[in-house]
Design a protein around this ligand. Structure first.
Ligand SMILES: *Cc1c(COP(=O)(O)O)cnc(C)c1O
Length: 363
């Protein structure tokens, strides 16, 4: 098999050890004679897989006892509706929700929430082209909001929060789809944390939701039962058939993280990997990253060739070196290197080596 480094923003690279274990267990999980895909979700085998995944996720993120860890379907985008469906019922009508608009994904969340509540944009990075996180001192938060929504890592714009917002008594909701498990977080500062699995956890089709107990039980009557967090919590994520195989792979990824020192150790590796690429980008006059230094994402690093006419040649040359899926999101163009947990240091080094030689040959 060709050795490649996969920089996709998602679905994205998974640890080789995890894929090897899944392959070895594909047809016969632990002597059961069954593939995980073939198991009843209510049988003892899968129940043990799911319980271990929840337990390990709780350990990795230090989740306090008064929070539930739920597995749902629908991805990050469905949560944009599921969050208001579960939370706006706590407030007097017409419900109001606060948003911090830092890029494409929080922008999509705003549009969706507007179907269920009055949306107030408390701060926006739009005027600056989404190259910064607006300073918290400038956020115009409402006292009576049902919640405050932030996207703590904007996957397309490459903007990451490097602080935990302080929003007082109003529940803080964070879309962490593209950096959950990449860094330590203070779960207790949030009301709800959600993320689609396909960026940093496992296969597409699984969504993880971490929710504080007092935020359960307020779903609007129109909320689909399968998306009512209280019902999901009461049924330990088995109200309907969960994405069983995706949960199994996520569980293997959690074990891999634990074996490698947990999230704190992974965060140090992620800092080191991102530094290599940013340092090179900043030293080069052939490429550039436009995000302010204090808001740069460690996970998703967009960059541009100063001469965009060379984009196609760059991508072709990278592909020939086994450096895959570097094309930037169509809405912003350019390139993007995603350095999720499973991207090894050697991948970043290979990318920078290629970028150096491409710059030299095209100078
Ligand atoms: C990918 C992504 C989403 C959307 O996830 P889907 O699974 O496609 O719904 C939402 N938010 C962020 C920050 C993302 O990176």
């Amino acid at each position: 098999m060709a050795e490649v480094f996969n920089f996709s923003a998602g679905p994205a690279v998974l640890p080789k050890e995890v894929l090897a274990q899944a392959a070895a267990e594909m047809q016969d999980w632990h002597g059961s004679g069954m593939s995980v895909m073939e198991m009843s979700h209510r049988g003892p085998e899968f129940m043990s897989i799911c319980q271990a995944a929840v337990r390990d996720a709780r350990t990795l993120l230090n989740v306090p006892d008064n929070y539930q860890v739920l597995f749902l379907q629908g991805g990050g985008l469905a949560e944009n509706a599921i969050v208001p469906l579960n939370l706006v019922g706590r407030c007097a009508k017409p419900a109001k929700v606060d948003f911090v608009h830092t890029g494409s994904w929080s922008g999509k969340s705003i549009k969706e929430a507007a179907k269920y509540a009055h949306v107030h944009v408390a701060a926006s990075g739009q005027a600056g082209g989404f190259t910064a996180v607006p300073a918290q001192a400038d956020w115009q938060l409402s006292k009576d909001a049902a919640y405050v929504h932030v996207c703590t890592n904007e996957t397309i714009d490459g903007v990451e929060f490097h602080f935990t917002p302080e929003v007082g008594a109003v529940p803080l909701v964070a879309d962490m789809s593209s950096h959950i498990f990449s860094r330590e977080i203070e779960v207790a500062k949030y009301g709800v944390i959600f993320g689609g699995a396909q960026k940093n956890i496992g296969p597409a089709g699984l969504t993880i939701v971490i929710v504080r107990d007092d935020l359960l039980g307020h779903a609007l009557p129109i909320c689909p039962s399968a998306f009512d967090w209280q019902i999901i919590a009461q049924n330990e994520s088995m109200y309907n058939t969960p994405p069983t195989y995706a949960i199994y792979i996520a569980g293997l990824v959690f074990q891999w993280l634990l074996k490698n020192g947990g999230v704190a150790a992974q965060e140090q590796r992620n800092i080191a990997k991102a530094r290599i690429l940013y340092d090179y980008l900043d030293s080069s006059d052939f490429y550039q990253n436009r995000v302010e230094k204090n808001a740069r994402s460690r996970m998703n690093i967009p960059f541009y060739l100063k001469d965009e006419a060379r984009n196609a040649a760059f991508l072709q040359g990278a592909q020939a070196q086994g450096l895959l899926q570097l094309k930037g999101h169509k809405s912003v163009g350019g390139m993007r290197a995603s350095l999720y947990n499973a991207m090894p240091m050697e991948g970043v080094q290979a990318l920078v080596t290629f970028m150096q030689s491409f710059a030299m040959q095209n100078a």
